[in-house]
Design a protein around this ligand. Structure first.
Ligand code: ADP
Length: 469
């Protein structure tokens, strides 16, 4: 079965969040199950593309409205990713320093059109096209409706919603950029008088998946305006929980952490990583260390962090370390807090993959007070590294973390307010001093969130679309 995944991000090439982690792992695990899974993504101007070698396999020109753009398809030389990867290189639009910019409508349209042009002329067509998030959301429409891609019409298209908050909507004035189709079908592109790639993907894909079962249920109630569409289309919607790449996220072999450890050496290993963090960030190693890693946006509860941290640090003998970037106002407030709580709090505002691994290894607790969490990978990394997650029970967090009071292994709360999160932190601080704390972190390292089961679920889904695959 040949599966072609299309995405704006893929680890380790370009990563902003969980989308990249999924694309860097799912194809590899599908291949281990006997599929032939490959990824197609844009060619950016970043560290990975500057330090690796590529080979051109195709070149042509696309037309975006009145303008012609040359493009090339490149493949990676010395590929040890576990799957084939192809890059769409449109130098004038896609070769940017950042994955996302302010003119993404044209950029990702160019990506989608060039990718489809290349796929459509291939001698061997894929058995399944699998698109991820709104940056690839017009492909289901174009593959079904654009005359230019009529040879793709019978290929099942799966679409995964990694985050329904971002939909990529743009004005109908730009409809002429989409390769020719019967105009009576324009409704398949529309939502609320705009062209909405996410809505269009939900309408036109053969199957729609979300990255956890609970998130699928929640979207019918709250989906940034797409609730009714998701309710109408529920028969072709299914939630499949993301996995984690247990080869990358392995405390025994992880080259990014300070000291490797196993379940048997967890206490010593976590302590060594914690000591490094505390030295680096001027924190007291004897206090329980609470950490946050992620985007500083409302979805993650980050707007409340200044208040939550102030209250918790004032009343408790704990330390907090934050790694993240996002809304400037929140970043500034979180920076300013450093002077107030010098030896109890620190923050690295920015993106740092290595530091994130050390934090998963060295922290005692990981905070995830997300208002919405489609799946969340951080809590799964944290479990595997013996760090207890403190989560708001929504979406994938609800599907993966159970409270210690209910016989589980995490700290859960049911609302994102300063009071609720502070109470959860207090409960965690008490738990840190309890007899079962060490046993719990020993136990959680064995929880299996690997991709094996989920990769098979995706293959089952593709098979249900075409039983002859
Ligand atoms: P989302 O995709 O909504 O941002 P996920 O929990 O699905 O959230 O995935 C987040 C991924 O991005 C994790 O691998 C996390 O470790 C990583 N990450 C987020 N912010 C940072 C950062 N500032 N530095 C390093 N890694 C980060």
């Amino acid at each position: 079965m040949i599966i072609t995944h299309l995405s704006a991000e893929c680890y380790p090439i370009a990563k902003i969040g969980g989308l990249a982690d999924v694309l860097g792992a799912l194809p590899k695990y599908q291949n281990e199950l006997g599929a032939s899974s490959q990824v197609v993504m844009p060619f950016y101007n970043n560290k990975f593309t500057k330090t690796h070698k590529f080979k051109p396999v195709y070149n042509d020109t696309i037309q975006l409205g009145e303008t012609d753009y040359d493009f090339r398809i490149l493949t990676l030389l010395d590929n040890n990713l576990g799957f084939e990867i192809y890059f769409v290189d449109v130098p004038e639009l896609l070769y940017t320093d950042f994955v996302y910019t302010t003119y993404d409508t044209e950029r990702f349209l160019a990506f989608q059109i060039a990718a489809l042009d290349w796929i459509a002329q291939s001698e061997t067509l894929p058995d399944v096209i699998h698109c991820h998030d709104h940056h690839t959301g017009l492909i289901p429409f174009m593959a079904q409706e654009s005359f230019r891609y009529s040879m793709l019409r019978k290929i099942p298209v799966a679409f995964t919603i990694h985050n329904a908050q971002y939909q990529g909507a743009f004005s109908h004035d730009l409809v002429y950029l989409i390769p020719e189709f019967k105009f009576s079908r324009v409704g398949l592109l529309d939502w609320n008088h705009n062209i909405n790639p996410l809505a269009s993907a939900i309408k036109c894909s053969w199957i729609v998946t979300t990255v956890s079962p609970s998130y699928m249920d929640e979207l019918k109630q709250s989906a940034n305006g797409l609730e009714s569409l998701l309710s109408d289309e529920h028969a072709k919607c299914i939630g499949i929980l993301n996995g984690i790449d247990t080869e990358v996220w392995n405390t025994e072999t992880d080259p990014l952490i300070i000291e490797n450890y196993t379940k048997e050496t967890i206490e010593q290993g976590k302590q060594a990583n914690k000591e490094w963090l505390c030295k680096e960030f001027n924190l007291d190693v004897n206090r329980p260390l609470f950490a946050f890693i992620g985007r500083l946006v409302e979805q993650k509860g980050a707007d409340l962090f200044p208040k939550i941290f102030s209250e918790s640090l004032f009343g408790n003998d704990i330390s907090i370390l934050l790694l993240g970037s996002g809304e400037k106002h929140t970043e500034n407030e979180l920076r300013n807090l450093k002077t107030k709580y010098k030896d109890k709090y620190n923050a690295f505002i920015g993106y740092d993959e290595k530091l994130s691994h050390i934090i998963y290894a060295g922290a005692d607790f990981l905070l995830m007070p997300s208002r919405v969490e489609p799946c969340g990978l951080n809590q799964m990394y944290s479990l595997r590294y013996g760090t207890i997650p403190i989560v708001n029970s929504v979406g994938g967090l609800k599907d993966t973390v159970e409270d210690i009071y209910d016989g589980g292994f995490g700290i859960c709360h049911n609302e994102v307010t300063v009071a609720e999160v502070c109470e959860a932190i207090e409960r965690a601080a008490e738990f840190y001093n309890s007899e079962i704390f060490k046993q719990t972190r020993f136990d959680i390292m064995s929880i299996d969130h690997s991709w094996h089961a989920s990769a098979q679920s995706y293959l089952n889904v593709y098979n249900s679309l075409n039983p002859f695959l």
